[in-house]
Design a protein around this ligand. Sequence first.
Ligand SMILES: c1cc(-c2cnc[nH]2)ccn1
Length: 246
Amino acid sequence: MIIKVLTLFPEMFQGPLNVSIIKNAQEKGLLDIEYINIRDFTDSKHKKVDDYPYGGGAGMVMTPQPIFDCYESTIKTLHSSSKPRTIYCSPKGKTFHQEMAIEMAKEKELVFICGHYEGVDQRVIDELITDEISIGDFVLTGGELPVAVIIDTIARLIPGVLGQQESFQEESFYSGLLEYPHYTRPQNFRGLTVPSVLFSGNHKEIEKWRRKKSLEITLHRRPDLIEKAELTEEDKKNINAFKNHC
Ligand SMILES: c1cc(-c2cnc[nH]2)ccn1
């Protein structure tokens, strides 16, 4: 997958997307991320990329010219003849979730445009953006961190990125329920012990315990997910038992 990130602050990405799994994915050639500095495309002699908002109000708005020129220069380097999927992150966007990550991970090329300050001129969104996405109901300093989050969720779904040891099948939001608790060595840490079923070697019992914990955690923290999940008869019995104990 080829990802182009149009941003005023390429340096913001050097930490999270240049270590561990995402770094390995790039080294393996499974993922190619390029950061393009929008400021390099301004035709302002003072390198301006923002201006005061029409109509007044606090903050500055990113002007359209550098973004349009940066975008048009970028998409010339892409292979697909059609307009690429172009994502802009803002609190006004559609709330991001795992299914969107799974769908985006199927794309060959993705372009991200990062807003900053009060955001970008609306004409950028109207003309260039295919997906306006929010990662939650809060306001950040800009679009860079949400873009890093989205790239992380997509990259780990690309075939070959996760090694044999790692797996995403059972992770939260993959099975539709929240994930069961994880434990590792030692069995007894400062008197805190691991549930004995987990080192019983009885895989059927372990799976039953894990499913039951997922249901219990989901029922308590995200009951809305229970409604959407595919439940077995045993799941339904366990849920009723939890409800009767509450
Ligand atoms: C996506 C983007 C943002 C955001 C962009 N610029 C300020 N906040 C907040 C939440 N999700």
